[in-house]
Design a protein around this ligand. Structure first.
Ligand SMILES: [Mn+2]
Length: 470
């Protein structure tokens, strides 16, 4: 029995708003499926986030259909679950469309029973069926992405996964972050499941969600089968960079290192033992350059970038303490003729920019949505826990309504290259009243307004939080 385990394809994503990234994401998906088919696997698993959004564009659907036709023509079934990116609250999703076309089989909870060559189901309540895949004598179980509070209830007394999959065997496919393997990932402190909350009895845990490759053997976990995250097929953020260039002040030359996360790819699993298969993901350079003057920074950026191959992506972070700070716009001309596929600058330069005589008001720092959120959080711990249910329902209400467009922060990795607007904040209007925010946070406002460092984006909560102390 041999199968392929793929996860986090994020088809349809145009990272950095670059059309070539759409092709990259599609390319590695096609490559994976082709390699799996060539390896004559008995079936293929896609452990969530096949798509980047739950309503992919017609073009993305067409491309997915085209790739998924390859295994279908060979009679190789593809089993899938929806991840946090592609799940919907509606009954019908693009997964149903693909299933209707005979391209995939989704496993998990359904309203209708499924019986067929590769599918089985069992009624578990009034209108709920547990659906699983069946290839020979191997059962392929799974459940789409759920939040922790949906899976683990009443302080751990109720464990939905253990109840649902009690006595099951074969493969369990989940799209969740398990704490044991979440170290050094964005889910380190925001995991969905603890190791001991996973149902035991399976020969292989086919996981998705964590975008870097992680595995744990049965000897490490005490579970009946290995825990495996293949990671995303493409490099979805800087921490997944293929190469790192460091050029700190004490260095005479920039240092190039290969990332310890290694290449991107998926697993081909034989007798429940995973073998990694590499795919040709685009090279991604994370570059950090330190300088103590603008001209030195420019020179050092040029030196560092000369080590980057033309077809790569480069994210360049500027560091150092420079009087007056730097504007990213002053660096864009540097790489204009470098031929590098895509590059973007970020700044961690600490300046001594004097803003204005007055402090910024919270209206200038936060969007309406952020202020509303802060207002809800600005209560005593006791009050907060008493009103928790209300707060959560308010938050869910807001979430369902959708966060207003202008309040949505484009993550730094997603941001189109745009020069920072200079001087915009320093022209902030003088306000006679002391800012409300400071008063409400219980801090004593200073007698004389002090200059504060300029936030990167005046309406970004994230930027404000990272701004450091005035
Ligand atoms: Mn993902």
């Amino acid at each position: 029995m041999r199968f392929a385990h793929i996860a986090d394809v994020h088809l349809g994503r145009e990272q950095f708003n670059q059309p070539f990234r759409y092709d990259d994401y599609l390319g590695v998906f096609r490559e994976s499926i082709e390699k799996a088919v060539k390896a004559r696997v008995d079936f293929i698993l896609i452990a969530g986030d096949l798509f980047h959004v739950s309503r992919p564009s017609p073009r993305t659907i067409r491309d997915a259909v085209e790739v998924l036709e390859l295994p279908r023509r060979k009679g190789i079934p593809v089993f899938a679950i929806e991840g946090n990116h592609d799940k919907t609250i509606r009954e019908t999703s693009v997964f149903d469309l693909l299933e209707h076309l005979g391209l995939i089989y989704t496993v998990g909870l359904k309203r209708e029973p499924r019986e067929g060559e590769f599918q089985r189901s069992r009624k578990i309540s009034e209108n709920r069926y547990l659906v699983w895949g069946q290839v020979g004598d191997v059962e392929i179980h799974g459940l789409r992405h759920h939040t922790r509070w949906q899976l683990i209830r009443q302080d751990g007394a109720v464990n939905v996964l253990k109840t649902l999959f009690r006595g099951k065997k074969g493969i369990l496919m989940l799209h969740q972050a398990v704490d044991y393997l979440a170290k050094d990932t964005p889910y380190q402190d925001a995991f969905d499941l603890k190791l001991n909350e996973l149902p035991d009895g399976f020969s292989y845990y086919a996981l998705g969600h964590i975008h870097v490759r992680r595995t744990a053997e049965t000897t490490q976990t005490g579970l009946s089968g290995p825990l495996v995250y293949p990671g995303s097929l493409e490099r979805t953020e800087v921490r997944e960079a293929s190469h790192i260039i460091r050029y700190s002040l004490r260095d005479k030359k920039p240092k190039v290192m290969e990332s310890r996360e290694g290449p991107k790819g998926f697993y081909i699993v034989e007798d429940f033992q995973p073998e990694f298969v590499e795919v040709d993901a685009r090279q991604f350079y994370s570059i950090r350059v330190e300088g103590d003057s603008k001209s030195q920074l420019r020179k050092r950026v040029e030196e560092a970038v000369s080590l980057v191959p033309k077809d790569a992506i480069a994210v360049i972070t500027l560091e150092g303490t420079i009087k007056g700070g730097v504007s990213l716009a002053e660096f864009n001309d540097l790489l204009k003729d470098s031929g590098i596929m895509y590059y973007t600058f970020r700044s961690r330069v600490v300046g001594e920019t004097v803003l204005s005589k007055e402090r910024l008001s919270e209206e200038e720092l936060f969007t309406e949505w952020e202020r509303e959120l802060l207002l809800n959080l600005r209560v005593s711990p006791k009050e907060f826990s008493e009103g928790l249910t209300e707060f959560v329902s308010w938050l869910i209400g807001r979430y369902e309504k959708g966060i207003p467009e202008k309040a949505l922060k484009v993550p730094e990795t997603e941001r189109k290259e745009e020069p920072e607007e200079k001087g915009k904040v320093s022209e902030s209007t003088a306000k006679p009243e002391k800012p409300k925010l400071e008063k409400d946070l219980g801090k004593e406002p200073p007698k004389k307004p002090k200059p504060i460092s300029r936030p990167k984006n005046p309406s970004s909560l994230d930027a404000w939080l990272r701004r450091g102390k005035p």
